[in-house]
Design a protein around this ligand. Sequence first.
Ligand code: UD1
Length: 386
Amino acid sequence: MLIPVISSQSLFLLKRIPESVSDTVILVAGARPNFMKIAPIHKQLRHRGVNTLLVHTGQHYDHNMSQVFFDELGIPEPDIHMGVGSDSHSRQTAKIMIHFEDVCLEHNPRMVVVVGDVNSTLACAITAKKLGITVAHVEAGLRSRDIQMPEEINRVLTDRISDLLFTTSRGANENLFSEGCSSESIFFVGNVMIDSLYKAVKHSQKSTILKDIGVVEQGYCLVTMHRPSNVDNLSTLSGLILALEQISREIPIIIPAHPRTVHSLERFEMADRIRNNNQIYLIPAQGYFDFINLVKNSKFVMTDSGGLQEESTILGVQCLTLRKNTERPITVTQGTNKVVGTETKDIIDAFHNLDFSKKTQSPEYWDGKTAHRIAKVIVDQLSAAV
Ligand code: UD1
């Protein structure tokens, strides 16, 4: 059916409105932390005969930020690659929405599954919701309570409009209840990223990354940082780098650097200082297997990443989080994580007070079977809606 739509310029355009709803489920992946979450869900849905359409927004596009994860995780090539690329938050979000609306209008999916908290997550959730398509959000209910964080904005808004909310912890359920979400929409399924982690640990044994860098097991600290609040601000980044320099006098530090971090270090003229420090290894962002090998064999990690707080908890590696808060408190209460902030002295004190004998408890349902639980709920929902 073709119906006229009035554009903002009052021009009459023809937009195709689908005749009937298909049985397709669209899975959205856009940025690095999405890929390890989408991989097991995609596999489980295909296994159950669900007609999936894998859409890559193109938010991340460097080989080491995207393709290497598809290769290592065995994710098939995306059915649709939107190639949106980098831009300001609003422009990137808007571009994804415009492209994704066309994808939805053409394929008319029954459901759109989004994961995590990146701009692609929110952009595709809004677009689908406005077309009346069921939206499922995987990793719902996480809250840092810092609404200045781009990811917190994405989390709160995505959850508000999603029909199915898949959570990683009972604490996330509580957050959603307190915001008025109905219990029928919330499914505590566990952490799907851990499904991929267990597989990656096996594969990572073949990695030669430690030898390539020239470090030994337990003989280094692994650092990742890329939050805008940490790396886009000169005084915060200076304080963090000072802490790393001081700690590196006691243990070598490896920094697989996100492109944003590399840009900032260059812009603030700190890159050469780090490159000339023979106790600090500034290396490019790594593929999944090499990265997991680096985490698993490190003495401890320091990070502002959400995913690494969870991975280190499961691998039993002590983690100092270089932020003032975490949306993943279960990694503190049950895991290895300690939130230490971004002040130089606090980080160094936390390093000196690390307790390597601390025992951790694997959070409930972080058991490698989360994708199976998610797929079951999705299939039940699709059958119920027929
Ligand atoms: C995004 C997510 C963040 C996630 C991170 C993981 C949002 C709001 N943030 O942040 O939650 O932890 O991904 O990596 O979605 N760039 C490249 N190559 C790439 C991708 C990015 O060079 O493949 C550079 C570009 O200069 C770009 C900058 O990195 O402007 C930032 O990328 P962007 O996707 O906007 O945000 P991230 O900081 O990666």
